[in-house]
Design a protein around this ligand. Structure first.
Ligand SMILES: NC(=O)c1ccc[n+]([C@@H]2O[C@H](COP(=O)([O-])OP(=O)(O)OC[C@H]3O[C@@H](n4cnc5c(N)ncnc54)[C@H](O)[C@@H]3O)[C@@H](O)[C@H]2O)c1
Length: 258
């Protein structure tokens, strides 16, 4: 029998807003496999609820990290250096676009809206990786970010977030190439729609859920637990030969020709 044992390893899980967050689903799987975790949230407003949530995973460190501020990323890196010494796993479950930029015409996306979405949803993955590098290269590491099909297809209302996901997926490949010699693997999970806080910001999300369930090969939507399990696979040794990939956890939606 194959068991996944991550005891003695450390994971930074970024982007937990609540129990629905995809990064939280991955955090739970990592904890069950014995990893020591640090979970980060974006702002003071989320502090008490994320601390309460993390209380269900004993030993978890909970820190604030707004990825638009380098000082907060560096503060997390310093703290992890003291507490963990090395980082073997990193989960990036962070995305943001202004509401108005997900509603109007994509062709009219203002510069500030484009920059804000790309900064938080794509650049942050590169920047966090860079700032955590001294910890990641100690023992080698596996990094996972979360993407969506709009990186490669035109999806109504996804607008600037599709642009951000395209950059994010390219960054996965470029980072995988550059960091491979340092024993750092980099992959993305492209998830089907799941009802989370971020997803509810997409205009017509409920219809999207319905359409995915009807059209996917498995004739259903995915669960956040399925994303968690795929995260566990990509972050642990079972995927040791895989890097630079986008893995689709979408119930077979992407393969269909309609
Ligand atoms: N839910 C879906 O249908 C779906 C599908 C495919 C991909 N994804 C991706 O999964 C990832 C996680 O999203 P989710 O669906 O779990 O929703 P979520 O709202 O639970 O997670 C998004 C997180 O991004 C964080 N964030 C936003 N701005 C930030 C900042 N400046 N600094 C730090 N954190 C910031 C939010 O606080 C939140 O925790 C996102 O990249 C999203 O695009 C989601």
């Amino acid at each position: 029998m194959v068991t996944i044992d991550l005891s003695g390893r450390h994971a930074l899980v970024m982007g937990v807003a609540n129990h629905r967050s995809l990064s939280w689903a991955i955090a739970r799987c990592l904890h069950q496999a014995g990893a020591r975790l640090c979970v980060t949230y974006a702002s003071e407003r989320l502090k008490s609820s994320v601390e309460e949530l993390a209380g269900s995973l004993p030993g978890t460190l909970v820190l604030e990290c707004d990825v638009t501020r380098d000082d907060t990323i560096d503060a997390v890196a310093r703290r992890l250096g003291e507490e963990f010494g090395a980082l073997e796993m990193l989960v990036h479950g962070i995305a943001f676009a202004r509401k108005e930029d997900l509603e109007g015409a994509f062709v009219a996306t203002p510069r500030e809206g484009f920059q804000a979405a790309l900064d938080v949803s794509a650049y942050s993955f590169i920047n966090v990786t860079h700032r955590m590098l001294p910890l990641l290269e100690q023992r080698g590491a596996s990094l996972v970010t979360l993407s969506y099909l709009a990186a490669e297809r035109a999806v109504p209302s996804y607008n600037v977030m599709g642009s951000a996901k395209a950059v994010l997926e390219q960054s996965v490949r470029q980072l995988a190439y550059e960091l491979g010699p340092r024993r750092i693997r980099v992959n993305a999970i492209s998830a089907g729609p799941v009802n989370t806080l971020a997803a509810r910001g997409i205009h017509g999300f409920t219809d999207m859920l319905k359409q995915h369930a009807e059209r996917s090969a498995l004739k259903r939507n995915i669960t956040k637990e399925e994303v968690g399990q795929c995260g566990l696979f990509l972050l642990g040794d079972l995927s040791s030969g895989i890097t630079g990939e986008v893995l689709y956890v979408d119930a077979g939606y992407r393969i269909m020709g309609w």
